[in-house]
Design a protein around this ligand. Structure first.
Ligand SMILES: [Zn+2]
Length: 373
């Protein structure tokens, strides 16, 4: 690493020592990130209880808990019950350690190192939670946004500024650009692709009561949700022809049912949601609203804008959609994925933002210097 300034003044062995420290510390933090990834979406405490096998519940001994090494030594199995431990644990530890080392090699001891190490770790949590649960926790997205604004105000250099007001201003402009652009993309996406008819061979049962909705397709565990959380915009609706069921005392068979955020229409009859009688229906084809993009993705892009400014937003948007299309098409080509199932977008945004951290400045310079004749 010729560019690294400290390497020239201190001896090479000291540099290697600190590189190893950064890597090991990154792996230890990666181990904690695994706890967050597992527990945050389940709304469990990230502090208590201590690490334990998720299969047999036995608390781990300290030597079962050594980042990277324990998973390899145990060959990915619990020492007590032999249950498989997901390779995700190993991958997250390795990614966090590797990325922290790469940040250290690129930025050396600097505010950027601290800021980007925090961001990378937060985003890894977001990436792996989104892959499994299709949600991005606010701790990651809004937490990242707040951290970005604070870092840029305290270290204006991060936004190529010399005073804190400019650093803060550029961070806020980036935040607004990230949120605004993605919100617009989401709005148009929903307008164009926001409705989809789902086919359920075995039928889907639907219960609407007290403005709360429960869908059960017999596959995933049904969850009851408030209608206003499912139908968020006024264009959103759920519509189907009931195979059987009732609304109040009335038989539903063959009738068209439409639910919006405000009311319920059955045949020609209409109620506001608050006054509607209990509805229980079975249907085989049902039109559901579909979010082209979650609000979590919008908030994630706010965090990126807050850390890196508005140019990073455009770069991340283009690269992530490119990555997403390529991977999506590959998955479909290899039949690993079905059309219409949600594909989480967060991981692609995260991956694109990592590319920006390491190559963004060079890429911008290259674009600005690109000879146009
Ligand atoms: Zn076990």
């Amino acid at each position: 690493m010729v560019e690294f300034p400290a390497a020239a003044t201190s001896s090479e062995s000291v540099f290697v020592f600190w590189s190893a420290v950064v890597f090991v510390f990154g792996a230890v933090v990666g181990s904690f990130l695994n706890v967050c990834i597992h527990r945050m979406p389940r709304e469990l405490s990230i502090v208590r209880p201590g690490s334990h096998c998720t299969h047999c519940g036995k608390p781990l001994r300290w030597y079962h808990n050594i980042p990277l090494l324990s998973w390899l030594a145990l060959r990915g199995r619990c020492a007590f019950c032999g249950a498989a431990i997901s390779p995700t644990y190993f991958i997250v530890e390795l990614l966090n350690a590797g990325l922290w080392l790469a940040l250290w090699l690129k930025f050396g001891p600097s505010p950027q190192l601290a800021a980007y190490a925090l961001l990378v770790s937060l985003f890894l949590v977001g990436m792996f939670v989104d892959l499994e649960h299709y949600i991005l926790p606010d701790e990651v997205t809004l937490g990242g946004t707040v951290a970005g604004v604070i870092f840029c105000a305290v270290f204006p250099l991060m936004q190529d500024a010399t005073d804190w007001t400019t650093g803060l201003l550029r961070s806020v402009v980036g935040l607004a650009a990230g949120g605004g652009v993605l919100y617009a993309v989401r709005w148009f996406g929903n307008l164009l692709f926001g409705r989809k008819v789902h086919d359920f061979e075995k039928g889907v049962s639907l219960v609407l009561d007290q403005a709360r909705l429960r869908l059960d397709d017999g596959e995933e565990k049904p969850e009851e949700e408030a209608v206003k959380d499912v139908l968020t915009s006024k264009h959103d609706r759920i519509q189907f022809q009931a195979t059987s069921g009732r609304v109040g005392e009335q038989n539903l068979a063959g009738l068209i049912v439409r639910i919006t955020g405000a009311d319920l229409t059955v045949g020609g009859q209409r109620w506001t949601l608050g006054e509607a009688p209990r509805l229980e229906a079975v249907a085989h084809k049902i039109e559901l609203p579909r979010d082209a993009m979650g609000l979590g993705d919008v908030k994630l892009m706010m965090a990126i804008g807050a850390f890196f400014g508005w140019a990073s937003v455009l770069f991340t948007l283009v690269l992530s959609s490119l990555l997403g299309s390529i991977v999506g098409l590959l998955l479909i080509a290899f039949r690993a994925h079905q059309w219409g199932r949600p594909i989480p977008y967060g991981p692609y945004i995260v991956a694109a933002s990592f590319v920006w951290i390491f190559f963004g400045t060079d890429l911008t310079q290259w674009c600005l210097n690109f000879p146009i004749r």
